[in-house]
Each structure stands twice: as structure tokens, then as C-alpha cells.
Design a protein around this ligand. Structure first.
Ligand SMILES: *[C@@H]1O[C@H](CO)[C@@H](O)[C@H](O)[C@H]1NC(C)=O
Ligand SMILES: *[C@@H]1O[C@H](CO)[C@@H](O)[C@H](O)[C@H]1NC(C)=O
Ligand SMILES: *[C@@H]1O[C@H](CO)[C@@H](O)[C@H](O)[C@H]1NC(C)=O
Length: 331
């Protein structure tokens, strides 16, 4: 254990100082440590209990870049555009830009202006963007991209949507990695973007709708308090903390790697990846298959055709009409 930690712990038990005091002390210790190290730009350190809070602080200061140390809740706003070399290699420390620069030209004159960068739909939501639609997103450590934001329900970033079968979901590995489809319609956002969006503790919500002709139940949701992917292990799925109203058909896939028809990462000899008809975290083979082939009707014969299924609610013999998968940072 570090000496500082030991001192802090002793102080904590002897003086009964509050958690807030403890954090202050911790921030001071870290500040001193970092102040001694090589600075590539002048930085101001703040206490921030989330990355978003850190971004807000650095935006207010109109600083050019930031590092956020989530473990120690320390936010560094830098005057320069580069991450500090001492932070760059520290695991768990995020680097990003709170603003982005846009050059505009009118009558041959150029003007440089800075605009806020929004990290995800929740960030947009918290800055007053309350209408559903396609927005530009700028996660830290990534290039900007667009996604559909479900703002009416509080800032969810949609990663997958099925509507009517216009877009083919039986696609290659590289399509699933890069994303495909139409943002206002049916799409898969892409593994790399999903990884960027869920770097910080995030939830996954799945909304599902049948064609309305099922006697038992025609819509359902599944919410997971934890959702992330492991990029180095073929986007291995990590889900936990299920809530829902028609059973859990995704936890079976927890810890499975992603497969597509041209990349078989399921650990069985059966061709789940080919027969499933869409990229998924196939095991042997599936309880859910939300990227499966779109059918224009509810009732399918599973022994001859695959569909969009959520077994715990509807078995594999019902194929769904609409599905939305969306993610949100847990602050
Ligand atoms: C397949 O994956 C499951 C779950 O990770 C594991 O328990 C099992 O041992 C694996 N089987 C093979 C053949 O690798
Ligand atoms: C998915 O596409 C692959 C490659 O074209 C094909 O072999 C497979 O039969 C398709 N799966 C379904 C269920 O349509
Ligand atoms: C499903 O298809 C199989 C194979 O064609 C057939 O034997 C079976 O009777 C079908 N089931 C239903 C419920 O139609």
C-alpha cells in the first residue's frame, strides 16, 4: 500500500474526516505528484465525480484538452492539445477535447471558432438537446460519428434498429465492425463505435415489438445495468444486471465472442454463425438473435427458417417486427 494511502486511512479512522475531505486530500497528493512530472502543457486540476463533470469544467475554462482519471476522480484541463505524457500511458485515464475547432470562410476570410464536443446522446441531452434524431457524437479517444439519439427517453444512443427488413443484416465481419444501414431507419452502429460509447460503465436497453398478433404479449423490454465489449477478444460480450418484463435471453450469451457468417468465433462445431443469419454472440447457438433475418410475419418454423428471436418471451417460433438496442452511460 502507498504511504499516502496509509496516512489517509489513519487520518480517516482517527479524525473521522468525511469522504469529501478524503477526496480533497487524495486530489492534493495526486496534484503534487503530477506537478513534479513533465508537463507538455499547463494544466489545472479539479475534483470531478464523472467524466462529464470534468468536460464541463474544462469547457468553462475554455481549455483545449483534458485527462480524466476515473479511479481517483481527478480532472486535468490543459491549455495544450496534447495529452500530458505522464497521463497518456496511465491505464484508466481518458484523454479528450472538450471543444472542437471549426474553420469557416466567408468572402475569402477565415474565422476559427470552437464548439463543444458531445460525447454521446446523454451528453447532448444534458446540454438541452431533447429531440430525437441523428446527432454528431465525439467520444474521447475517437473520431466523430453520427448516431440516432433517443432523447425522449433521456439520452440513449441507438446502436441497432430493425424496422421492416429493408437493410440486410446477414453481413460480413468488417461490416459489423464498421457499421451499416441507414441511421434514420435500420442500422447497426458498428463495434468500434459501440466500444467507444461504452468505455465508461454503461447500460443496454432493448425494446422489442411483435407484429401485434401474439396472444401472450406483444412488446417487451430488457435492461442490463452493465454492458460492454472486449475489442481484443472479438468483441466479447459483457452483460450483467438484468431487469425486464419478459425474461432474459441475453445473459446466456454473456462472455461469448461475436461471430458473423465469415468469422466463426463461437466454440461449437455447428455453424451457428452461418445459420443464425446475422452477426451475434452465438454460443451453441442462441437464446436471442436480434440481428437475425427479418421476416414479414410473426409465426416462423424454426426448424426450417431463422428469424429475430427472444426465446424467453416468444420462443424461436415468433419473429419480431421491431427491435431497438440502445446504450447509455451510467454517469
Ligand atoms: C464453450 O464456451 C463455454 C462458455 O464460455 C465454455 O464453458 C466451454 O468450455 C466452451 N467449450 C469449448 C469446446 O471450448
Ligand atoms: C447468411 O449469409 C451466408 C453467406 O452468404 C449464407 O451462407 C447463409 O446461408 C446466410 N444465412 C441465412 C440464415 O440466410
Ligand atoms: C416445420 O418444418 C418441418 C420441416 O419441413 C415440418 O416437418 C414441420 O411439420 C413444420 N412445422 C410446422 C409447425 O409447420
Amino acid at each position: 500500500m502507498h504511504v499516502e494511502m496509509l496516512i489517509i486511512l489513519i487520518l480517516f479512522s482517527v479524525c473521522r474526516i468525511t469522504v469529501a475531505d478524503l477526496m480533497e486530500t487524495k486530489v492534493k497528493v495526486l496534484k503534487e505528484y503530477y506537478d513534479q512530472s513533465v508537463a507538455v502543457s499547463v494544466s489545472t486540476n479539479h475534483f470531478a465525480d464523472s467524466m462529464l463533470a470534468c468536460v464541463r469544467l474544462c469547457r468553462m475554462d475554455e481549455e483545449w484538452s483534458f485527462n480524466y482519471d476515473a479511479d481517483n476522480k481527478v480532472c486535468y484541463c490543459h491549455t495544450g492539445l496534447e495529452p500530458r505524457s505522464d497521463h497518456h500511458t496511465t491505464p484508466g485515464v481518458v484523454f479528450g477535447y472538450p471543444l472542437y475547432v471549426k474553420e469557416t470562410r466567408d468572402n475569402g476570410k477565415s474565422h476559427t471558432r470552437s464548439y463543444p464536443r458531445y460525447f454521446d446522446c446523454l451528453d447532448l441531452y444534458e446540454h438541452g438537446f431533447r429531440m430525437d434524431g441523428v446527432y454528431e457524437i465525439n467520444p474521447p479517444d475517437g473520431i466523430p460519428f453520427k448516431a440516432w439519439c433517443d432523447q425522449e427517453n433521456g439520452g440513449w444512443t441507438v446502436i441497432q434498429r430493425r424496422v421492416n427488413g429493408l437493410v440486410n443484416f446477414n453481413r460480413s465481419w468488417s461490416d459489423y465492425v464498421n457499421g451499416f444501414g441507414i441511421l434514420t431507419h435500420e442500422y447497426w452502429l458498428g463495434m468500434e463505435k459501440i466500444v467507444l460509447l461504452t468505455k465508461h460503465s454503461s447500460s443496454l436497453k432493448i425494446d422489442m415489438y411483435t407484429f401485434g398478433d401474439v396472444a401472450s404479449q406483444n412488446e417487451a423490454f430488457a435492461l442490463y445495468d452493465t454492458f460492454s465489449l472486449i475489442p481484443a477478444e472479438n468483441f466479447r460480450l459483457v452483460v450483467d444486471g438484468f431487469h425486464g418484463d419478459c425474461g432474459d435471453s441475453l445473459s446466456y450469451h454473456n462472455r461469448a465472442q461475436f461471430s458473423t457468417y465469415d468469422r466463426d468465433n463461437d466454440n461449437t462445431t455447428t455453424a451457428c454463425n452461418v445459420n443464425g443469419g446475422g452477426g451475434w454472440w452465438y454460443v451453441s447457438c442462441y437464446w436471442s438473435n436480434l440481428n437475425g433475418p427479418y421476416r414479414q410475419y410473426s409465426l416462423i418454423n424454426y426448424s426450417v427458417e431463422r428469424g429475430i428471436s427472444w426465446y424467453s418471451c416468444w420462443t424461436h417460433d415468433i419473429s419480431l417486427r421491431n427491435v431497438v438496442m440502445k446504450v447509455k452511460r451510467n454517469h
